[in-house]
Write a protein that binds this ligand. Structure first.
Ligand code: AHN
Ligand code: ZN
Length: 329
């Protein structure tokens, strides 16, 4: 029996080698080469520098001097990198009924392209450290190095790269204002729609009439070390295939220890209004933990959400994932 197998194998080998001689071509040359996509390098140190620069303005609390100076810096920056910059000034109402001015900033690449991807983050920082362990700090504004500035820093680095290595599809980077002015925890108001005021406004009044995007990615708290990014619950509800695709790409490029293949907590963030009002499937990439108290990263809404928490390695991972998603389209 075994002898028979050896004989048959030898006959097959002879045939195989004959065949090789006939064609005289390695098989790889017979298959047309797959289109090579060159994914650019994300410079994590550059992204870190953009985060630090924002924090150095001071807390970007709407209505403050730091807020308006930082906005001017963004507009100058994007005017240099993007094809068109839109500044959407709006007036809205806070949880306490007070009127307030906000500014969404949109940087567009390839404005004529029909196929577009929306990339977002919020650029304002929270006026209250209402989750600080020390009650004295509950009305002090936070640096928001991770909560806000990290996502913006990653998107600024993406803008720098898009200018250097243009792509065919359209990309819109949107910096939402007034995401983080929700009622302080200690008031126990149990309200929900006092967060994400900038995205609430934009999703009902997009910068371009009938604006459409293929899909969107929102970045929130993407800069702390040793992050945990499960698939945020609402993202998985609104855009399951997008969420699965992004996490598959993250696994393919080696980040499965951080982009965890689990469903995380439901988060009321800017992507909700983009999905509901603008009807664009958008997911939230956000650092979530499994603690009882809050589902957010440990220094969330405390005075310790400062530049010390920012790890370029995390910015780099998230930047790589975003670049792989957009340059593979
Ligand atoms: C709520 O706490 C209801 N939403 C928080 C969303 C958020 C705040 N993301 C960053 N800061
Ligand atoms: Zn926040």
């Amino acid at each position: 029996m075994r002898y028979n197998i050896i004989v048959i194998s030898m006959i097959l080998l002879v045939f195989a080698s004959c065949d090789d001689k006939k064609t005289n071509k390695p098989t790889s040359q017979q298959v047309p080469a797959k289109k090579e996509i060159k994914i650019p390098d994300f410079n994590a140190d550059s992204a870190y520098h953009y985060v630090k620069k924002q924090v150095d303005f001071g807390p970007r609390v709407p209505g403050s001097e730091a807020h308006s100076q930082c906005a001017d810096w963004f507009v100058d920056f994007f005017n240099e990198k993007a094809d068109t910059v839109f500044v959407q000034n709006f007036r809205t109402r806070l949880y306490n009924g007070r009127g307030i001015d906000g500014k969404n900033i949109i940087a567009s690449f390839n404005p004529e392209a029909k196929k577009r991807i929306l990339l977002g983050a919020h650029w304002d920082s929270r006026p209250f450290a209402d989750h600080d362990p020390d009650e004295k700090n509950w009305n002090t504004p936070i640096d928001g190095a991770n909560d806000g500035a990290s996502g913006v820093g990653v998107l600024m680095e993406i803008a720098r790269i898009l200018k250097e290595q243009p792509i065919n599809i359209g990309v819109d980077i949107i910096l939402f204002d007034l995401e983080d002015y929700g009622a302080p925890q200690y008031l126990n108001l149990m309200t929900n729609n006092d967060w994400a005021l900038g995205s609430q406004y934009w999703s009902k009044n997009p910068h371009i009439y009938n604006y459409r995007a293929y899909f969107g990615l929102l970045l929130d708290m993407v800069g702390a070390s040793d992050p945990r990014f499960p698939k945020e619950y609402y993202s998985q509800q609104f855009a399951p295939s997008l969420s699965n695709d992004v996490w598959r790409i993250a696994r393919e490029i080696g980040y499965s220890d951080y982009f965890i293949n689990e469903i995380g907590h439901p988060i009321n963030d800017d992507h909700i209004y983009v999905n509901v009002n603008a009807n664009i499937p958008m997911i939230d990439i956000i650092h979530l933990v499994d603690s009882e108290e809050t589902s957010f990263y440990p220094y969330w809404h405390t005075l310790k959400d400062n530049i010390e928490q920012i790890d370029p390695k995390t910015l780099g991972m998230v930047g790589d994932v975003v670049l792989n998603v957009i340059y593979r389209q």
